[in-house]
Design a protein around this ligand. Structure first.
Ligand SMILES: [Zn+2]
Ligand SMILES: [Zn+2]
Ligand SMILES: [Zn+2]
Length: 276
């Protein structure tokens, strides 16, 4: 699987558009990898993960044609991950010669209701379908086996993380999430699987562990890597990546890289790519 992070920022992007904090000002000066758009990833240019308002910008920058994509996996409905308004241009005079007539959106149960609130013409609406996923229930999405797991995040909305597998390779996608619960870690261990890649939420940056239950910080990312290896869920060949990085608890890209130096954890940036 070719895994690519299109947007590596947290909820408000980094720099945040209205913010003049020191970290945002530094990021504006640094440019490049320090400019982080909203969270979105893609596998093999085929399976899209999340649909933030930066989707259009990601398509332009990375040469993605959403008319060639049939399946979208959504983690949860926070607006930095799901902006159904974007779907209003999927048809009519806005979209010609799409490869797929129908689009399938997989994720928690509230996605369709939010979509229904958006003003979208009926001819576009009728080609967009929602499939509710439940933790622990594996589904086939295109060429991928996808197992949703409970995320420790936004408990009132319902929020999922994912195990994505293809051709014997497996990715553990932990965005957004706090440090996985004991129950989640035990169920991962019970799968008798050594993940090839683990993508972790680093929203809380340099905060001490458990500063906030529903996002991880860098110490928790390092601890999680060790715990996954200890439990046999990952090993020394597993690729670890931290993303969803925000201005409140992180400095510009190279400063974050210093924090993860010699840990074997890669710091994502917009356009980060790895073969899994
Ligand atoms: Zn988020
Ligand atoms: Zn800021
Ligand atoms: Zn969230």
């Amino acid at each position: 699987m070719k895994f690519r992070i299109l947007g590596s920022g947290g909820g408000e992007g980094f720099p945040a558009p209205f913010c003049s904090c020191e970290h945002c000002e530094d990021a504006r000066k640094q440019g490049g990898k320090s400019l982080r758009t909203l969270s979105q990833s893609i596998i093999d240019n085929d399976l899209l993960i999340d649909l933030p308002s930066d989707t259009n910008a990601h398509c332009l920058r990375f040469g993605i044609n959403l008319g060639q994509i049939q399946n979208v996996l959504i983690t949860h409905s926070h607006p930095d991950h799901y902006m159904p308004d974007l779907l209003a241009t999927r048809g009519g005079f806005c979209a010609h010669n799409m490869k797929y007539k129908n689009l399938y959106i997989y994720g928690p149960s509230d996605l369709k209701e939010l979509f229904n609130r958006v003003s979208i013409s009926e001819t576009i609406r009728e080609n967009i379908h929602f499939i509710v996923l439940n933790a622990g229930e594996k589904v086939k999405i295109g060429e991928y086996d996808v197992t949703p797991i409970d995320a420790l995040h936004a408990p009132t909305l319902g929020s999922l993380n994912y195990i994505i597998e293809k051709d014997g390779k497996s990715l553990l996608y932990l965005i957004d999430s706090g440090y996985p619960t004991e129950a989640t870690l035990e169920s991962l261990k019970g799968m008798n699987k050594v993940f090839d890649a683990v993508v972790m939420d680093g929203t809380m940056g340099i905060s001490e562990p458990l500063t906030y239950l529903y996002h991880m910080g860098y110490k928790e990312n390092k601890q999680l890597k060790q715990e996954l290896i200890l439990k046999g869920i990952a090993d020394t060949d597993t690729r670890f990546v931290v993303t969803h990085i925000t201005h409140n608890k992180s400095e510009y890209h190279e400063k974050v890289e210093e924090i993860f130096k010699d840990t074997g954890i890669s710091v994502a940036y917009d356009g980060f790519e790895t073969e899994i």
